[in-house]
Write a protein that binds this ligand. Structure first.
Ligand code: HXC
Ligand code: NAP
Length: 301
């Protein structure tokens, strides 16, 4: 078929900076989340920020919660200005359940309810297993895996147990093929994928659905920068992805919106891989990754 006749979907609007979209075309009903409240960990940057924005553009109020309150306050101001909805910035460390408990109490006091929990907070960097310290592995497990459990349990105990709700975890495909230099994050996200199923089974009778989105390489994010995305893209590595490009943050937010809304009312325990098919075909080239790592690794250790 001639290139001119081939139908290609264009990706939705996005910007690579930590800003809101300058224009947005709804593909779901604009009141899909009307008057709901979403608690989004790591909602002050990257994919989490765009999830907050897209939810707010669908009528939702949000809480964005992470460690850096100044960053969260700036993000909340931008989000409210772009959407006209409320956004509450709250300081938590997902490794410390008492900080999460205080934030959920504050959410209930200020916004009166929680309908959706997005477990998006994570930490990652390239590092070969042989150079990874015990504490480095533990730190990523604690943020990604313990953090997801801690936040889910606090929100369940304080609200979902009696009112139902929707949990969407943000995972990754790293563990599917043993991605090089990623034993810490791949192990943590694999545990979260199992947790999605366990909690879906146990909490379904309370009206809680638990699902996961597993993004591929997403441009304009810290994860993309840390894992060599820009260099890979410049070298043409994304041509081997079935959809032949990186994803964008708005696309991830649309996948999350599907799972967080009534559009997916009979879906629970599922992992939606939103990666353009990347994990099926991309190189898992340890020597190339070692090259990225050695040119960018910290020299203070
Ligand atoms: C090796 C490292 C390291 C690095 C930290 N460590 N950075 N080891 N390479 N680049 C080690 C430290 O030396 C220390 O071990 C241990 O990890 C804890 O480090 P701290 O700096 O004390 O931890 P903390 O302040 O809690 O910071 C957590 C962090 C940090 C994960 C290390 O980078 C962070 O806050 N990240 C949040 C933002 C982020 O990572 N975004 C990207 C998400 S992308 P020792 O032994 O020295 O005590 C993602 C998946 C993408 O998650 C998938 C893409 C396909
Ligand atoms: P990001 O902007 O760095 O997002 C991570 C967020 O987590 C930050 O806002 C950070 O905020 C927060 N966070 C980190 N540690 C925390 C802690 N201990 N307690 C509370 N919050 C914490 O990176 P991103 O690339 O958008 O990643 C977002 C999610 O997508 C992550 O789950 C990641 O694993 C996943 N993912 C990303 C890609 C990609 O290509 N970018 C691919 C696959 C999966 P503070 O610093 O303020 O705490």
């Amino acid at each position: 078929m001639a290139e001119s006749q081939r139908r290609r979907e264009s990706p939705p609007e996005d910007v690579d900076t930590e800003d809101c979209l300058s224009s947005y075309t709804h593909i779901y009903s604009p009141d899909l989340l009307k008057d709901q409240v979403a608690f989004i960990t790591g909602g002050g940057s990257g994919i989490g920020l765009r999830i907050a924005e897209i939810f707010m553009r669908h009528g939702c109020d949000t809480v964005i919660a992470s460690r850096n309150l100044e960053k969260l306050r700036e993000a909340a101001a931008k989000l409210s200005a772009a959407s006209g909805r409320r956004c509450l910035p709250l300081c938590i460390d997902v490794r410390q359940p008492e900080t999460i408990a205080a934030a959920v109490e504050e959410t209930l006091k200020e916004l009166g309810r929680v309908d959706i929990l997005i477990n998006n907070a994570a930490g990652n960097f390239l590092c070969p297993a042989s150079s990874l310290s015990f504490n480095a592995f533990k730190t990523v497990m604690e943020i990604d895996t313990m953090g997801t459990f801690n936040t889910s349990k606090v929100v369940y105990d304080k609200w979902f147990k009696d009112h139902g709700g929707n949990i969407v975890n943000i995972s990754a495909t790293l563990g599917y093929r043993g991605q090089g230099l990623q034993v810490h994050a791949g192990s943590a996200k694999a545990a979260n994928d199992a947790m999605t199923k366990h909690l879906a089974v146990e909490w379904g009778s309370s009206g809680v659905r638990v699902n996961t989105v597993a993004p591929g390489p997403i441009s304009g994010t810290e994860g993309f920068r840390r894992l060599g995305g820009p260099r890979g893209e410049a070298a043409g590595a994304f041509q081997s992805i079935p959809l032949q490009r990186a994803g964008n943050k708005t696309e991830m937010a649309h996948s999350v919106l599907f799972l967080a809304s009534r559009a997916s009312s009979y879906v629970t325990g599922a992992v939606l891989v939103a990666d353009g098919g990347a994990w099926l075909t991309s190189a898992n080239d340890v020597s190339m990754l070692l090259g990225y790592w050695s040119s960018e690794k910290r020299t203070d250790k």
